[in-house]
Write a protein that binds this ligand. Sequence first.
Ligand code: PMP
Length: 394
Amino acid sequence: MPKLADDLSMTINTRINAMGPSKIRAFDEKASKIPGMIKLTIGEPDLNTPDHVKEAAIADINANDSHYAPQAGKPELLQAISSYLKRELDVDYNPETEICVTVGATGALNDVFMTILNPGDKILVPTPVWALYFQLIKMCGAIPVQVDTSKDGFILTPEHLRQVLREEGKGAKAIILTDPSNPTGCVYPAEILKELASVIKEFHLFSITDEIYGDLVYNGNVHHSLSQYIPERNILISGLSKAYAMTGWRLGYIAAPAQIMSSIRKTNAFLVTSVTDNVQAAAIEALNNGQEDPLEARKIYEKRLKFMKTGMEKLGFEMSTPQGAFYIFAKIPEAFGTDDEAFANELAAKAKVGVTPGRYFGKGGQGYVRLSYASSTKQLEEALKRIEKFVENI
Ligand code: PMP
């Protein structure tokens, strides 16, 4: 095996060098090594990609559609995304100039951050949050300003936003909002989004909305988007990973005004050239003929949410009201104080249930753990039994 030359070992990009690997992944890998572990750690649907979607990709491969796709996406897919956004949110995006297909929502985030952030720029990140944002922002040399929302039930209030913009977030260029939220499962009500929109406008910010869980809202809740209120400054990110159980296909997209989209498209083309042909064919099928798929997934997750929430509350765990995505963010028992890492480690070692320490999701996460209910009902039942036994013996 080759060893890197000594004279090169100190010359790697300083921003990358300064960052550690993902704590969530590292914890998951450690937990995975314990035999018999039930993992509620990772945000990965246990459902399979629907057959008709898989078949569309296979047909596309067999038709030798294996050349460079148009850089911003196949016209049919851009149209399917535009129609989806109109259908679901009643927002208008021109497929020719206002949408870009990306390598997962992660690729979309990267494109957007790289397009708008200069080194030293501040961007507000309400926390707890999916922690990859921090790394991607820092890779641009920009500064994520964490806004702890734990005191307001994990929802950023307009008053809090205004206060932050006058203090530690003064001069910020943008804000990113995850709705529905990973890790808390919270969903922003329309009235709050509307008020946030007016503060965002008042302070001349870009808003970026990560709506990857937008199809997964439960109990009669409706997903809204800042694009409905401030389309002129919002950059909407979503994709097919979660609701269509297509994480491994890596298909996401961005919708934004043409004036910024032309730059985003440039960034995307520089980074990846274009997204895999047959994956785009599958996405066209999913969006045009798969309206039932997210509805089915929603029914399944809604049942599991009810089961896990009721079960955990019976055991004395408090939580914010999870209404979307597939996570529960639960306060750990008092005996552990706010040491969520110790709790998660002991739960893994003694009860063989893997949950993610809340502090890995940024400020306000201490004292909580995240449970993903994207696991089979059988596994969830067994996990609850184990947690019950563990809690009884604390
Ligand atoms: N945003 C959020 C909030 C997520 O939780 C995830 C996946 N865990 C992503 C984006 C990434 O989505 P994709 O797999 O499409 O890149």
